[in-house]
Structure formats: structure tokens, C-alpha cells
Design a binder for this molecule. Sequence first.
Ligand SMILES: [Zn+2]
Length: 131
Amino acid sequence: MNSPSLKEFQDQVSELLLRHRSLLDVLSKCNQANASVHRSVIKSVTECGCIEVHAEKQRYSEQPDLQEAMGLMQQHIHGKLCDTCKEAVSAELGKNFFYISALCNLLSIDMETVIDEESRKCSTLGLFNLS
Ligand SMILES: [Zn+2]
């Protein structure tokens, strides 16, 4: 089966979403789903241990060389998600997308348009898009 387009996914969510028709329900479910993504990443560190967080202050380059600046910026992650944790984080991300899609449906926002706009901004801002 091919991956659905964003439009197809958004329509599918609309058909499935019988319980959370209220904007307030959807907003609170979005928050909950987002927190669950973070929790699953944290559990990869604290319970599984496949990734570790080694954080320190970012060292910015004095030189205006972007490649060098990128090389100095730290991700603060050591290791890689194991298959089990990757599956868990992906599942939580999926729920998050579900409720984001539900929010878009309630507010008549087309997800594809949102992604297109954001992609256009990314190409305009390029490497300077640090926030
Ligand atoms: Zn793991």
C-alpha cells in the first residue's frame, strides 16, 4: 500500500474522529500527544539507554563560515535510537500528527498548504533559519 498524501490522511482523520469533535477536546489531545512524544524520547534515555544526553553550552564560531558553524553546533545526543524506541517514538509522533490533522480539520486549514508554506519559508531562510 502506498503512503497516503497529506490530503488523504486529513480526510481519513476527519472520518475517524467521532469522539473528539470539540475544539477544546482536540486542543487538549494535541497537548497530551505532544507530551507523549517527549516522554517516549526521555524513556529512551532513562529506561532503555540507547541514547544519552550530553549537553553543554553551544560554542558559536567567530568566523562567518556557515559550514564551520554547523560543525561546531552540538546535537547533545550520543548513540542512536534502538528499533524498539524508534518504533515507540514514531507511534507517538503518529498520534501527534493525528490530532494536528484533527485541529486542521476543525479550523478548515489544509495541511498540504501549511507544509508548502513552511517549505517555502525554509528555502528562503536557508541556513539562517535557526529558531
Ligand atoms: Zn532504546
